[in-house]
Design a protein around this ligand. Structure first.
Ligand code: NAD
Length: 354
């Protein structure tokens, strides 16, 4: 077959290393901005305040109110803080929840974003924003959402607890998985998706032994960057749709939900495109990508059952209904019954493929 693809180019400036946090001020200056509102969750408030201190006159204030799934009411409060402080840009320090808030402010105000991710969730390189309102989650893509600068500082990930280290890394792998069969994939994104697999596979067992292993932390964060880039430049399909349904409509924790679904969605699509998912089968050692991922997740101590997240068996019917409401591309066609079966297996924690 003749090779054909479109590569849109990458538009975010990336600084990656250890001890890079002091470069935030310089990056704000490069953007021509001078008043940054520093964002965090309540949990990372002290780190955000220390960063504001470090930024000195470049800091316009701190808003430590980010929460999971970017509720519009929190964004409204943050916008009021942004305006009251006379801010002209945002600096987000934290995981996907904090990055989500930065994006929500940026797309409404035109503010530039300097983002410092401290988990492996991978929101930082993307033009995607999911927001919740009235019990539902809506997701959209727009160039105004993508951060201008991302600063990865490996040191900031040393405090990530083991549970979130594992589930967040599996969340990252989900982006690589769907990138490998995305209809708009291109060689750069495919290479980045493949690059992430050994980095994360080899880092997690080392981190399980020693969360302070800087080399392993650097590899995991490097893998997360690759995965985030994959998520940011091609379309996602069934896996992300299900994760967003369960997160947005049932308020399940984001990283755990991705971690539990991943082997099941991988196995489901592997039946249609085994060749495209072969890098996963090779990296995770099973005879199948889905089974191999399930074994890897189990070995890493990841949660395996949706029922442990508080989802009831009755919720599965509604989740399957919501997940098929709007059509979207997926390498394997499916109906509501297929999704209901997949969710049942993930709810019980069965190894896909037996
Ligand atoms: P999170 O940002 O909610 O973080 C979970 C908790 O861990 C928070 O309390 C946070 O303060 C804390 N934390 C983060 N980093 C830490 C560290 N290094 N040390 C100690 N504690 C730390 O969780 P997440 O999984 O990173 O992000 C989930 C959210 O991101 C969801 O809302 C999801 O929809 C969104 N997301 C969006 C995209 C996108 O492209 N739009 C991609 C991935 C995730």
């Amino acid at each position: 077959m003749t090779r054909a693809f479109t590569f849109p180019g990458l538009s975010t400036r990336v600084v990656f290393g250890s001890g890079t946090l002091p470069q935030v001020g310089e990056e704000v200056g490069r953007l021509g901005r001078s008043r940054a509102l520093v964002l965090s969750t309540p949990h990372q408030r002290a780190e955000a305040e220390a960063l504001a201190q470090q930024l000195g006159p470049l800091a316009a204030g701190v808003f430590p109110g980010a929460v999971m799934h970017t509720p519009v009411e929190v964004t409204d409060d943050a916008l009021a803080a942004f305006r009251d402080a006379g801010a002209d840009c945002v600096v987000a320090l934290g995981g996907g929840s904090t990055v989500g808030l930065a994006k929500a402010i940026a797309t409404r105000t035109g503010a530039d974003q300097v983002v410092i991710p401290t988990t492996y969730a991978g929101s930082e390189m993307t033009d995607i924003l999911g927001e919740t309102q009235g019990g539902g989650k809506t997701t959209r893509r727009d160039p105004s959402i993508r951060p201008e600068v991302v600063i990865y500082d490996v040191d900031l990930t040393l405090s990530l607890p083991l549970g979130l280290t594992v589930t967040s890394a599996l969340n990252a792998l989900a982006h690589a998985m769907e990138a490998l069969y995305a209809p708009d994939r291109n060689p750069v994104i495919e290479a980045m998706a493949r690059e992430a697999l050994p980095a994360i596979r080899d880092a997690l067992p080392r981190l399980a032994r020693d969360l302070g292993d800087r080399e392993a932390r650097a590899e995991a964060l490097y893998g997360a960057w690759c995965c985030s880039t994959a998520l940011g430049y091609v379309s996602m399909a069934l896996h992300h749709k299900l994760a967003h349904t369960l997160g947005g409509s049932f308020n399940l924790p984001h990283a755990d939900t991705h971690a539990i679904l991943l082997p099941h969605t991988t196995a489901f699509n592997e039946a249609a495109v085994p060749g495209l998912l072969a890098p996963f089968a090779e990296a995770f050692g099973g005879s199948s990508a889905g089974g191999g991922l399930w074994d890897f997740a189990k070995g890493a101590g990841a949660p395996l059952r949706l029922k442990d997240l508080g989802l009831t068996e009755a919720d599965l019917d509604r989740a399957a209904r919501i997940a098929v409401r709007n059509p979207y591309a997926n390498p394997r066609p499916f109906g509501q019954d297929d999704i209901r079966k997949l969710l049942q297996a993930a709810w019980e924690g069965r190894r896909p493929g037996g």
